[in-house]
Write a protein that binds this ligand. Structure first.
Ligand code: IPD
Ligand code: CA
Ligand code: CA
Length: 266
């Protein structure tokens, strides 16, 4: 690890520990007991097992901190300004289909500001991490966003809509508008890794509607610390855990926002 701090050390070690059973489960996907949370949205026993390890260990290390976790929900700590935001498996659909594009994502927040985060893909063994003011890293190397300046040359990643989405038409029309005006658009199925890939310069930008806070909490700080820019399109203040995100290398940010929210560029 190039960046060493108590919080980063804790969560990177935690990811390694929790990933052991995840790797085993990934190797035996057919045997996993899968239950449906609703159309298009599955939860596996691997998800719950990983989450339990993460919550138990975080509570051991910081008994007073709060936790927001996808499956378990909100655990209020006695200390209201510090909380951990966990997605035990981001990219569940990939995981369940044997596609090695999924990650454990852990973000840490103080007074509503994300201070550090880790995104770990245990199959590719890629650990993305960052702490405010200290830069962003992939394993032992510093990462930076791409330098692409023209949106027509950009490779962009997005995701959704979910089966249950009520705004599918809007999402598809945005997808068409962006696709027509950039080099290409990909959908890889893990919001956390999508953000980490923009941070590492593999993609030039990422946007997606109808995300949850745990999908992106760690990715936001990793992206910012890699020199990128992230903000939220048309956020609803009444639902602070729901997010419509726009993240980029910062050069193409406004042009992309224009494309998403308005009209075709000539
Ligand atoms: C999902 C992934 C996916 C995104 C979905 C998320 P999950 O998280 O991040 O890329 O398109 O909106 O719900 O369910 O795999 O943790
Ligand atoms: Ca998940
Ligand atoms: Ca997720």
């Amino acid at each position: 690890m190039r960046l060493s701090s108590p919080k980063i050390n804790l969560i990177t070690k935690l990811c390694m520990k929790a990933s052991r059973s995840l790797i085993r489960d990934f190797g035996e996907i057919e045997n996993l007991q899968v239950s449906s949370k609703g159309p298009g949205d599955f939860v596996s026993s691997a998800d719950k097992r990983t989450e339990k390890i993460l919550i138990d260990e975080l509570q051991k290390a910081h008994p007073d901190h709060g936790i927001v976790s996808e499956e378990y929900g909100i655990i209020n700590g006695s200390n209201i300004s510090n909380r951990w935001i966990i997605d035990p498996i981001d990219g569940t659909m990939n995981f369940l289909n044997g596609i090695p594009q999924f990650a454990i994502s852990i973000g840490y927040e103080e007074n509503s500001e994300i201070k550090c985060g880790v995104i770990f893909n245990p199959i590719s063994n890629e650990m993305f991490y960052a702490e405010k003011g200290c830069g962003a890293y992939l394993n032992n190397s510093r990462i930076r966003v791409s330098n692409k300046k023209k949106i027509k040359d950009a490779l962009i990643v997005t995701g959704g809509p979910k089966y249950s989405s009520k705004i599918k038409d809007k999402i598809f029309s945005e997808y068409i508008r962006v696709s027509k005006n950039v080099s290409n658009v990909r959908k890889l199925g893990s919001a956390a890794l999508d953000l980490a890939f923009v941070a590492a310069g593999r993609f030039d930008a990422y946007w997606q509607r109808e995300l949850n806070y745990w999908d992106i909490a760690a990715g936001v700080i990793i992206l910012r610390e890699s020199g990128g820019f992230v903000d939220f399109i048309e956020d609803d203040k009444n639902f602070p855990l729901k997010k419509n995100i726009l993240a980029s290398n910062s050069n193409i940010h406004e042009e992309l926002r224009e494309l998403i929210t308005k009209k075709d560029i000539e």
